[in-house]
Write a protein that binds this ligand. Structure first.
Ligand SMILES: Cc1ncc(C[n+]2csc(CCOP(=O)(O)OP(=O)(O)O)c2C)c(N)n1
Ligand SMILES: [Mg+2]
Length: 377
């Protein structure tokens, strides 16, 4: 298990625990590697498609784009077991349908949300697990082991710690991945929760999506050190750094943390270095072009996770000839990209989800007070 103590490098993990494999991605089959690639497209298409829907006036609410950050979500979720928990936040919308997706994209038994459920949430329809009682990412699904998301930055970490403590007391061995922006690491509750998890050796893996911005605040005004993984030093736990543009590196670092936690060693922080492609939300796009220099944005987006994955698959010999030249979604904004830039099954999957949501009813007004007070009290 590598830690930030000493040198905080992503590419030279020092093994303190030889039972934890350092490069679990090397054991992935060709089909699994190609599936990772497809899932990057799926997460990207979800994002660009919703941006297009919003521009067409078919969607309300604020979009918190995960464009350019897909490898963080895909790579961290790919190795989880069905009974593990996740706790996403505002920028992690694809996480809801990516959880346990290896069990089959359309498998009704899988421990994740279907694309129909996620689209119903986005469109405020009755088929959402939360019956559209709140907007956008504010959903959860207990039987799928998805902790309800809230807007309170880092506020889900203590909840996640409690969830896996309960599992542990009940004899389970689930882990939980909590997703957080780097800005949220300055919250008091971030420290309280991770300190608690460290003291009690709870299997809480804190993913820090370091996209270089917290709303309009750049990282140098958020933290005095360059690596947010160093926060781990204060709790005496491992702090790993992943190249957030490389789905294989994210998978490797998160799986190290997962195996370490599952073996009873306790929590870790995994910082994934990435870059926020657009404004904080679509309401901020116009302002973001003023508070961020164009060349900084260009540099931040030059390593598109789809392109990085494509290159690796070509090097591995898994993508060859015409197949390697198909579907160039990388580097394109929502306005530039077309359906032809994506595998047809990805386009079809989203189409089904959106059409289902558009046809679904809004909740009945009689549901208004439901779940506000204890039912049948
Ligand atoms: C406790 C708390 N304080 C402030 C906010 C308002 N807020 C919402 S998102 C955000 C920025 C978050 O930045 P970061 O954690 O880096 O996540 P990112 O949006 O970059 O993914 C802020 C300040 C909030 N939701 N919760
Ligand atoms: Mg951020």
């Amino acid at each position: 298990m590598s830690s930030t103590s000493g040198s905080a490098t992503a590419d030279k993990p020092k093994s303190e625990d030889s039972s934890v494999p350092q490069r679990p991605s090397e054991a992935l089959s060709k089909d699994e590697c190609l599936e990772l690639f497809r899932l990057l497209y799926l997460a990207r298409y979800f994002d660009v498609r919703l941006i297009k829907e919003k521009k067409r006036g078919r969607l309300r609410g604020t979009l918190y784009s995960s464009h350019n950050q897909e490898a963080v979500l895909v790579g961290s979720l790919f190795g989880l077991q069905a009974n593990d928990w996740i706790s996403p936040i505002h920028r992690d919308m694809p996480a809801f349908f990516l959880k346990d997706i290896r069990a089959g994209w359309r498998n009704p038994e899988r421990k994740g949300m279907s694309i129909e459920e996620v689209c119903c949430q986005v469109w405020g329809k009755v088929g959402s697990p939360g019956r559209a009682r709140d907007n956008w990412s504010h959903i959860g699904k207990r039987d799928a082991k998805i902790i309800h998301s809230t807007s309170m930055l880092a506020g889900t970490i203590p909840v996640a710690a409690g969830v896996v403590l309960a599992d542990k007391l009940n004899g389970g061995n689930s882990v939980v991945l909590t997703f957080n922006g780097e800005g949220s690491t300055a919250q008091g509750i971030f420290h309280e929760a991770i300190n608690f998890a460290a003291v009690h050796k709870l299997p809480v893996i804190t993913i820090v999506e370091n996209n270089q911005w917290a709303y309009g605040t750049p990282t140098e005004l958020e933290y005095s050190l360059p690596d947010f993984a160093r926060r781990a030093d204060g709790y005496g736990i491992p702090g790993l750094i992943a190249d957030g543009q490389d789905v294989f590196d994210v998978y490797d670092k998160v799986m190290q943390a997962v195996e370490y936690a599952r073996a009873g060693n306790g929590p870790s922080i995994v910082e994934c270095k990435t870059f926020r492609a657009y404004g904080h939300g679509d309401h901020d796009d116009d302002r973001a072009v003023r508070y961020r220099e164009p060349d900084q944005v260009e540099k931040g987006r030059e390593r598109d996770p789809i392109a990085v994955c494509r290159k690796k698959l070509i090097e591995k010999g898994y993508l060859k000839g015409e197949a390697a030249k198909k579907f160039f979604a990388e580097g394109k904004n929502a306005a530039e990209v077309t359906d032809e830039d994506f595998p047809p099954e990805v386009v079809e999957y989203l189409k089904e989800g959106i059409e289902f949501a558009l046809k679904s009813p809004v909740p009945d007004e009689a549901e208004g007070a439901m779940w506000v007070f204890k039912e049948n009290a």
